[in-house]
Design a protein around this ligand. Structure first.
Ligand SMILES: [Zn+2]
Length: 485
């Protein structure tokens, strides 16, 4: 053996009781430790069942106290604590699940704390019932929170690890010293099989869960599992990228994600309607839906300036001089304007594209009985009927409707548009396309989320609304009026 010298004092021989005295005699004077109880190797207890059980209990106790500490942090920093759990803490027991068989029962105390302490602190709600706990255990892309149940993972983790390390084990058993290409290929093959299996199991779990949900619950899960609606949950809460939410915003964001009533809201909106998330996402008082629309328009226009020429916000359309439009709902107004015009996005440098943004509320009564895919189609169609013919025939340009749902999903053409934008940005910045697209989706996701939270928390009601004071100029003119009298 080259480059490795075993230190006898740090070496342990674990033997059966019946061979103990023989082993002690054989290794006497070598400083090698001999035991028939057990020893921990690379963080995994090996030895008698009692020894393994005792070591596991100690480990789980330690994780329970760490999780209690994380829950205390979650009181003031729920977003950071949630990310710490998903991006690091949960891998502690994943590792152990992969190395020891049949240990799921030991993780029960951990699951109890996750369910009764950690989840309530992070979500600001009572401990979840069985349906909600199963929903939170789903990956974020399927509408969950990725808060796995440690008991549910064990068997799959262990069998996956056994399968992936199988080719290596064979090499060791056959005393092969070369890590051959065949072994590498076999391991890669096993890894992709396991990945596929995990994906299929998650999809199956989501399908089973849907059958237990009410129609409203199923729609909420469908919206939560749309591409783009969960990026804020999976990204690291990095302040400088604008990806971090304060405690109130995080609880509001979860409430929006799952259609829960946000805590501490008034009973009535200032317009007189009952206060509900569905209502405030569409209520025009305070101008918040316009702010949400403008947020997406400006974020998109800003990114377009990075990669295209001549980006205009709110460009005027040429007035119609006798042209007739075939759709009754076509916009033929004199001062019609769209949200963005850009040159060279889809084609040549001088090829112009007009974009118009719509952010709709998928929970609004007009959309509530329609499937989410039909909602997208309906809004895209409305936009195209209003502008496409005029833009094609009068402006000799192309038209792309940007239709997003307030919960973060996007329509088909918008998906193509943002994929193309990500591809152009990735080329310019010399980044990976997949990373750029993920970043772009995160940016849009946080923009939509912040504006939706503003719809809920904005100073729409008289409560907490600043009273307008006369400015210096007002005071001066008031005084002037007095002297003029
Ligand atoms: Zn209102």
């Amino acid at each position: 053996m080259f480059g490795y010298h075993a230190n006898p004092a740090k070496t342990w021989l674990v033997t059966k009781d019946t061979h103990l005295s023989e082993a002690i005699t054989a290794f006497s004077g070598s400083n090698v430790n001999v035991t028939s109880v057990g020893h921990t190797h690379l963080g995994v207890p090996l030895g008698t069942t009692d020894y393994i059980n005792h070591s596991l209990s100690k480990k789980v106790d330690q994780w329970c106290s760490e999780l209690r500490l994380l829950s205390e942090i979650a009181v003031t920093q729920p977003h950071a604590a949630f990310a710490a759990f998903n991006h690091g803490f949960s891998s502690k027991w994943s590792y152990l699940s992969r190395t020891l068989p049949d240990i799921s029962i030991h993780f029960q105390p951990l699951e109890n704390i996750i369910r009764t302490v950690f989840i309530p602190t992070v979500t600001g709600r009572p401990p979840p019932n069985d349906i909600n706990r199963d929903m939170f255990a789903l990956p974020a892309r399927l509408g969950g929170l990725g808060l796995c149940n440690p008991l549910g993972q064990c068997d799959l983790e262990f069998s996956a690890s056994t399968a992936i390390s199988g080719p290596l084990k064979d090499l060791i058993l056959h005393k092969q010293t070369d890590y051959s290409y065949e072994c590498l290929a076999a391991q890669i093959n096993q890894k992709s099989t396991i990945k596929q299996l995990r994906r299929e199991q998650s999809i199956l779990a989501a399908e089973k869960l849907k059958q237990r949900l009410s129609p409203t619950g199923a729609k909420v899960l469908a919206l939560a599992s749309e591409k783009g609606s969960s990026n804020w949950l999976t990204s690291l809460p990095i302040e400088e990228f604008g990806f971090s939410l304060h405690k109130g915003a995080f609880v509001d964001a979860l409430s929006l994600h799952y259609g829960w009533p946000p805590p501490g809201t008034p009973t009535h909106c200032v317009c007189g309607e009952n206060f509900s998330v569905h209502h405030v996402l569409s209520c025009p008082r305070g101008g918040f839906p316009s702010i949400r629309h403008n947020e997406i328009r400006d974020a998109t226009a800003n990114l377009l300036t990075e990669v295209c020429h001549d980006v205009m916000v709110e460009p005027d359309l040429q007035p119609l001089t006798g042209e007739t439009m075939s759709h009754r709902t076509s916009n033929s107004n004199e001062g019609a304007r769209l949200d963005i015009a850009v040159n060279g996005f889809w084609g040549g440098r001088y090829e112009k594209t007009f974009l118009d943004v719509r952010v709709f509320n998928p929970h609004a009564p007009s959309n509530s009985n329609t499937s989410i895919n039909n909602c997208y189609r309906k809004h895209e169609k409305e936009k195209k009927r209003a502008y496409e013919q005029r833009i094609l025939e009068v402006e000799h340009a192309s038209f792309t409707p940007i239709v997003l749902s307030a919960t973060g999903g996007m329509a088909k053409q918008s998906t193509s548009f943002y994929k193309r934008l990500a591809s152009l940005l990735a080329d310019k910045w010399d980044h990976k396309y997949s990373q750029t697209l993920y970043w772009l989706r995160c940016r849009l996701s946080f923009s939509l989320l912040r504006s939706a939270i503003q719809c809920i928390r904005g100073a729409r009601s008289s409560r907490g609304h600043a009273i307008r004071c006369p400015t210096q100029i007002d005071l001066v003119s008031n005084e002037a009026q007095l002297t003029n009298q």
